[in-house]
Design a protein around this ligand. Sequence first.
Ligand code: MET
Ligand SMILES: [Zn+2]
Length: 348
Amino acid sequence: MKFGSGERMKVLEEFLQQVGGFGVIDGGLATQLESHGADLNDPLWSGRCLIESPHLIQKVHQEYLEAGAEIIITASYQATIQGFESRGLSITEGEALLRRSVEIACEARDQFWKKCAESLNGSVDDAQIPKVRPILVAASVGSYGAYLADGSEYSGDYGPGMTVHTLKDFHRGRVQVLADSGADLLAFETIPNKLEAQAYIELLEENDIQIPAWFSFNSKDGVNVVSGDSFTECAALADSCTNVVAVGINCTPPRFIHGLILSIQKVTAKPILVYPNSGETYDADRKQWVASTGVSDVDFVSYVQKWQEIGASLIGGCCRTTPNTIKAISRAMNRTPQILPPQLLDGQ
Ligand code: MET
Ligand SMILES: [Zn+2]
């Protein structure tokens, strides 16, 4: 089916309507994989598990669904065809692994729905966390900086010679594979600069990508994206693309989110998504998060209703957040009861 811009918007609009106006995104995927013992000290980071431990990825998706997530993000963030090639895999094998990342998330969703239908027949377990509910699978696209695995997804500095053309060439194959994979939307995450946002837009438009996309930027000062480009200009650029159905912020300390939501609102009427990290800082040289700089789940959650009030429609967590964070977000979220589509209640 060919999507016009209206139809693309409908995917998210209908979802938001069904979940009561506000949706819960999952939490840190890599973080939770590591807590189950995965060694992600690897250029492929969480993408390594697509090769070595796909069952673990599915387990983590399940955990986030149990915690209340309504949008689960695939393990393709740092999984790239080029990255798989440097592992000795062929392009075909790399593409198959990307498709697999979406299949794993879809399987987790199917199992979750099945389990809900069998055990509860649509009833509610936790007062605040409805068991049977719409769930979207978002296919993650991490930045070129994530592929470089040198911390440049947090500096946005790709050097003076970098061009939109090079970035488009880098992303083209993966974006096309993920767009045709059966995912509900593409999640362009942790976008560190304006150049890469421009490259994504041109790719989506030139390749006539049919599924909707969200653009999510990261910031370390609450004013600009990490490269120093204006956050507002980046958000306005995202707004200009008809493929983009939501604009937001991820992997950014919670304390900056309020101001950034207000900046996005000035330039778009599209839904706003936020999934901050725990507020800890990442030491790119040591490839470690520096603990003690972050906020607890309780503090994180104290922000949730305020973010909703000022205009965020989708809220979740990024690095160093866990199923506990998502459970707390889901409970704290202020929303009207859901109108569930009948096919969900039938467990189909
Ligand atoms: C560096 S941001 C990482 C985002 C990715 N979706 C993850 O949670 O692992
Ligand atoms: Zn993150």
